[in-house]
Write a protein that binds this ligand. Structure first.
Ligand SMILES: [Zn+2]
Length: 132
């Protein structure tokens, strides 16, 4: 008894594809129009804070662990934030194939590749209106 081959079902996960990407370096904003017509505006400083590269992930993990370690000993704590988002600016961006966008930062960092699925999961700003 052979099962009757059915027509191939559509992929369960819909592809996340932007139809238009605008990087506004002056405002440090990324405006994305998705394939379904919805629009998202991202603060580039937020994207940098969520940079998915191994270096930044390790740095974030170490930062979140350090307060507990410092509790033993003196109550004094010194935190040095190497990447101050206020001084850090994106200086450029390139598309990586058809699936991601990669930013270049003023501190020379450029290894973070933002997959569009990942990008869509990040917090976005309310869509900009004509009023400023
Ligand atoms: Zn990074």
């Amino acid at each position: 008894m052979k099962p009757i081959p059915s027509a191939p079902s559509p992929l369960p996960s819909e592809p996340v594809v932007p139809s238009d990407l605008k990087v506004k370096l002056a405002e440090q904003r990324l405006q994305v129009t998705w394939d379904d017509g919805s629009q998202c505006v991202y603060d580039l400083a937020v994207l940098r804070r969520h940079c998915p590269c191994a270096t930044c992930r390790t740095e974030r993990e170490q930062r979140s662990e350090s307060p507990a370690e410092q509790r033993s000993g003196s109550p004094m704590s010194l935190t040095i934030l190497k990447t101050d988002p206020r001084n850090l600016r994106a200086t450029g961006a390139t598309l990586v194939g058809r699936y991601a966008i990669q930013f270049e930062w003023s501190d020379g960092h450029n290894t973070g590749i933002f997959d569009f699925r990942f990008l869509r999961s990040l917090p976005s700003l309310p869509a900009e209106q004509s009023a400023s």
